[in-house]
Every structure is written in structure tokens, then in C-alpha cells.
Design a protein around this ligand. Sequence first.
Ligand code: PEP
Length: 257
Amino acid sequence: MRKPLIAGNWKMHKTLDDARELVTGIVDGVGKLGASDGVEVLICTPFTLLFPIAKALANTPVMFGAQNAHEEAQGAFTGEVSVPMLKDTGCTHVIIGHSERRHVFGEKNDRLAKKVRAVVDAGLTVIYCVGETLDEREAGKTREVIESQMGEVIDSDVLADRLVVAYEPVWAIGTGKTASPEQAQEVHGWVRASLASTYDKTTADGVRILYGGSVKPGNAAELLSLPDVDGALVGGACLVASDFIAIISAAAASVPA
Ligand code: PEP
């Protein structure tokens, strides 16, 4: 059985004092919920917060991760951060291929393949994001886009135990629009089929596929109840502790007793 993962993507939000306040709210909320047995909780913060957040989360069930990494371990790459540097902070996860990295910073599948390998080979878990733009959906190209984002990046050398995929339709990120349950389940099914052709069915059935795109307390339960939705990657709603906790609570409720 796949344990749900609720991951918060803080993007470029929070300075230290605000971050400490938010983390306190999340840790308290997770503690009150007592959900940590059934649900994994992760926050992906800006690089600057990783060391202090590591301290704030010590001895709590909440995990932390980064939102990007360079594919090389070191070198003359001004302004970049490598996976070994991220490992130093004690973080466990790295998001790779978020739509803002693809569409604002121009990262393409060939480069993302190197980044995914760098994260996984270093022993961290990658949250690899895929998703179509509105134009691609309207042109009927969603399956083709998802299959190339999967096929060109995830090969069988990527250790599946360290892989989480997040389906995030670009048109639903930060827009308040959410994929319908049918749309989400259909694409998650395609992602799982792609994993089965890269690995095998049993391996594919063990990989978690998160949904992301305007997940909120009000829509989380429906999305998380879908058979191939194994958690959520949450942007806006993860910046308010009570909203993030409500989504975690919906995930806990989705786990069969
Ligand atoms: C995200 O940043 O990955 C995201 C899904 O954002 P939001 O929840 O705000 O749409």
C-alpha cells in the first residue's frame, strides 16, 4: 500500500521569523492530528531556510526538502546549489522539474534527467513534476506531453524507491483552477502506465504519484480519494498552517482503516 505524502512547496516565500512561526503551526497541527503513522508530511523550503528548518524539525515527524538542485556536484556555477550541499542540511527530498523551473527558467527534459539522476544517486528522494500547459491540453496533447516528460527523464536506472512523481497541470498551479477528479485520475493512470513500461507493473504500483494544482482544504478529500492519487504537492495552501493541516487531515482520512 502506498502511504500518502503531503508535500508543501513554499516557493520563494518566508524569511526566517515567518518560517519558524509556520513550522511551529505545522508541527503542532500534525501532533494534534496524530496522523504521522498514516501520512508522510514534507515541506520544501527556500535554500536559505534549510539549516534552521532542520533544527526546528528535529525529533518531529515532518520532513524537509529543497525545490531545485544543480546537476553537477560542484563547479563554476554562480548562484546554484548542488545535491551534496543539500545533503549537508539533512534534507531528504528535492523537487525537480516544477513547472516554474520548466516554463520560467527554461529547464528541458534532457537537463531534468541529469538533475533527477543527481538527486537519486546521492540517496535523496526526488519529487519529479510533470504537467501540460492549457494550450497543450486544449490541443489534445496532454498524454503525449506527459509521456515525453516521463519517458525522456525517468529511465530504469533511476531507483524507483527514491522516486515520487507529481502531476501538476500548469493551468491549475496558483490559478484556483483544479483538475476534475476524472482529469486527475486519467493522467495519473498514464503516469503509472509509463512507470510500468519503464520498470514493471509491481514497481510502478509502488511509486507514489502526487496531484498538484490549487489543492485546498475544500477539494483535497475528493482528489485524495482517487485510486492513483497518492498525495498532494501543495503551493499556496501550504503557507497557512491551518490549511496545510486540513489537507493532511483529508489525506489521513483517505487511508483505509
Ligand atoms: C505548486 O507550486 O506546486 C502548486 C501546486 O501551487 P498551488 O497549490 O498554489 O497551485
